[in-house]
Design a protein around this ligand. Structure first.
Ligand code: T4K
Length: 395
């Protein structure tokens, strides 16, 4: 990084943080409860392979989401791979490029081609009107991503999928605890996939889960995540190892017990950021639909350089120098990462909204590791930078 101003305070600005403030700091539930579970697990000497914690976790998730089947997995990426395979997906699948790279990699990994469709700049989700433009005879599925936990219009996508006889899956990695028209996400399309990675507001260290109301699909997914075993020594499918461990399920169960607290904290933080960042020209926050259930786990800020007088990249650079480790999301967009950039060198021409957002969006720290005083200070720093944009932008 060149020419970074490392000390706004010396220019009359707020003080820098003495310790780094990260995006993605894990939420930790009740430690004693977690340790007690781990101790029981060790006493039982049952550490993996569909153990009692995994079964309890699956049941509690299914109950919470109101869905028939929940299959816990080692992470959401493997879960996406298995779901696509179990659903018989081949050829081409329509996905957004404005997502984490795992959405596309889960397909490309098994030689299924992700085809990137553009997003709606207001929802940051796949634009249903764009999807149909990309359907070809090779298309077998759509994977919608509920970006930031905002539903990727599941009812509209269900109609499009039905009309074209396509499978429909959702990457719900961001969307645990979120609803659409009052119904929890998890039961839409053929299947949905959640992530419980450490950086997600509800974590199982690493982990994921597939939810579905389709009995036959659920059975295939269960076999495939366990090497294809359909019985003690009977293998019916090609399979892989997607199993969740007992220690991960112990953490998942413990996180689930603190879910309301995590969401309430995220909501308070969201409100504090809204207040702190109000009325800064060119700086706007992505807003959540408060009439639906949301987990508020991402504080998403768009920087309009023309109005703010400073680019998103420069702002992130300056924030880093103050120990505020804001992140560019989803930069540069999956279509500009390999192998997709080489496979589809002109994809960007069809993805104007994706490209624009990937150059304007940043994520700020939230979760239980951040307190209202931190947030007030982060907002002061951003306000100071914006007020002095001309000088700082050029520095
Ligand atoms: N689909 C979507 C839409 C996703 O967002 C993701 C995952 C997936 C699918 C795949 O789910 P999984 O297979 O992971 O279950 C992170 C996560 O690794 C990834 O899970 C997540 N999305 C993605 C958005 O973020 P990185 O490469 O940005 O992680 P990293 O190491 O840079 O850490 C991010 C921040 O979190 C840093 O500021 C450090 C902090 N952190 C991280 C960890 C792991 C901590 O403070 N403590 C920790 O333990 O990918």
């Amino acid at each position: 990084m060149k020419n970074v101003v490392t000390d706004l305070a010396s220019q009359g600005g707020p003080p820098a943080f003495t310790e780094k403030l990260h995006v993605g700091r894990p939420n930790i539930g009740d430690r004693e409860q977690l340790m007690a579970r781990i101790s029981d697990m060790l006493d039982r000497r049952w550490l993996s392979n569909n153990g009692p914690y995994v079964q309890e976790f699956e049941q509690k998730l299914a109950d919470y989401l109101g869905v028939k089947h929940c299959i816990a997995m080692c992470n959401a990426t493997i879960a996406l791979e298995i779901v696509a395979r179990a659903a018989g997906v081949t050829g081409e699948v329509i996905v957004p490029s404005f997502t984490f790279v795992a959405t596309a990699h889960a397909l490309q990994w098994q030689e299924i081609t992700p085809i990137f469709a553009d997003i709606d700049p207001n929802t940051h989700n796949l634009d249903p009107e764009q999807i149909e433009k990309f359907i070809t005879p090779r298309t077998t599925a759509i994977i919608g991503v509920h970006v930031w936990g905002t539903p990727c219009v599941p009812d509209v996508l269900e109609q499009i999928a039905a009309k074209h006889n396509l499978k429909l899956m959702f990457d719900a990695a961001h969307a645990f605890g979120c609803s659409h028209n009052g119904q929890m996400l998890g039961g839409f399309g053929d299947a949905e996939v959640f992530s419980f990675h450490a950086t997600k507001f509800m974590n199982s260290f690493e982990g994921g889960a597939v939810t579905t109301n389709d009995d036959a699909l659920a059975a295939r997914i269960r076999y495939m995540k366990n090497f294809g075993f359909a019985g003690y020594d009977q293998v019916d499918y090609v399979g892989t190892n997607g199993k969740m461990t007992e220690v991960a399920a112990a953490m998942g169960l413990t996180s689930l017990e603190s879910l309301d607290h995590f969401i309430a904290t995220n909501f308070e933080n969201y409100k504090a950021y809204q207040a702190g960042l109000a009325d800064i020209p060119g700086i706007s926050m992505f807003s959540y639909d408060e009439n639906e259930k949301r987990n508020y786990q991402y504080i998403v800020v768009e920087v309009d350089e023309a109005q703010a007088g400073i680019s998103r990249n420069r702002l992130v650079e300056l924030l880093h120098a103050e120990n505020i480790l804001a992140r560019r999301y989803f930069y540069p967009g999956v279509h500009r990462m390999e192998p997709y950039a080489s496979l589809f060198p002109h994809a960007g021409m069809l993805l104007p909204n994706t490209q624009k957002l990937s150059e304007q969006t940043m994520i700020l720290p939230t979760g239980t590791a951040v307190n209202p005083t931190d947030i007030a200070q982060v907002c002061q720093v951003i306000r100071f930078i914006a007020a002095n944009a001309a000088a700082l932008s050029a520095a």
